[in-house]
Design a protein around this ligand. Sequence first.
Ligand code: C2O
Ligand code: CU
Ligand code: CU
Length: 510
Amino acid sequence: MSRFKRVLIVLGSVVTVLVLAVGGLFAWLWTGADVSTVGKASFDNALAIPPLAESSVDKDGTRVFDLRMRAGETEFEAGRKTPTWGFNGSYLGPTLRAARGERVRVRITNGLDEASGVHWHGMHLPARMDGGPHQMIHPGGTWTPHWTVDQPAATLWYHPHPHGSTEQHVRKGLAGMFILDDQRSTKLSLPKRYGVDDLPVIVQDVRFDGAKLDGGRKIMQNVGFLGDRTMVNGTLRPYREVRDELIRLRLLNASTARTYAFGFPDGRALSLIATDGGLLERPESMERVQLSPGERAEIVVRMRAGERVMLRSFPQDNYGDSWQRRFGGGDDSFDVLELRAARKLRPSPEIPTGLGELETPDGTDAVRGRYFDLKRSGINGRSMGMGRVDETVTRGTTEVWTVRNSNGMPHNFHVHDVQFRVLEVNGEAPPPALRGPKDTVFLPNGTTMKLALRFTGPADPDTPYMYHCHLLYHEDEGMMGQFVVVEKGQRAQAPSGGGGTLGHSGHQHG
Ligand code: C2O
Ligand code: CU
Ligand code: CU
């Protein structure tokens, strides 16, 4: 054999080995990339129900709550202490509850050793009470926002919003529910006994590194942290005994990056009764409800006496291409919460056919449009600037916002202060799950949505509200922008303490 031939043979086999190795590595990565906890463990931990926050009523009728952010330890698994953060406890926070028309005040103290804050996700309130990145609470400090509840009954939530570290603060446990009631909702014959037939279901995905919560992002996880198991209300493998025929679940996706598609293994229908900002006009029967980070849905499930049924999250075929589904979480499935029905169930009244009255605008009176192009590098080509106001809207007007994602990965879009209506998804009328009041919408790659928003104020030209991707890793990286609400003819001011420049407030694309 000539030397040349020998070299060729050696080279050939080296290449073959390399190709096989790379192929094998890829196959190994691919098959190991989807996560499933379905059927893998028995759900034998009683579900924790966050306590309703105590409150007192002031002389002037204001309902006053106290929240203290603090570090602590939580035993998610017996005998294993995990360092966590919480409000008034070691993990998560109490459920705040107030009624439309009530004045509320929340005294928040920061017992952590770093600055944080509390944002009222989904709440309509003045910009300086919103708890965005401009309203930070320093260690040892107190902040006491107050406002009048002026929106329909809904399942809202609260969480910190420190620019650049929201993901970390939420993942460590700083989140809680805020339930609003109104005259109509308290009269409807829906399940409404908190913790009995009306259950808060705060879903988070986690991964443990020994006793510690792991926050690391794995290779190719471009959406952010994805855990390998889920918790509800801070309980791993939770079950709940229920004694009523109809059970209402207030689902909150408080995960930092993961999107779920909730449903039941036997395919039973669930009744969707409310979205982010409150009740639908009528219940909608469906098999699955998809929630991206920050979104809520209230569903009612019919139980059969003596059965056990698992609330499960299923793979999502609208999540993106096969690569994105496999490495970004779309192929994953989780057993989430087991409902155990008593041998004998209390009869529940039928779900009313008429529920809420939509207060969201239908867009017919819109005075202008704006365009938002979602990219991981920033919205409309700009990364978040604390001192830059990106959009200026006039108090009392309705606008139509067109939001587009062609970025190759999933994003979502959240707007502070308002509940909006989805007018169109890719040029078509929205599906039933998007017909209620929304403050956060999921936009997989290749989605364009038109939203109608009405800004009722009050005007505050130098305190911005945020709009952003609620995949918190993206938000922290800068997928966020600021808008102010002004009186007609007024101009935006540089946010106090921001120290930056004003954006072009008349800016329009396309
Ligand atoms: Cu739930 Cu700006 O956030
Ligand atoms: Cu928000
Ligand atoms: Cu995003």
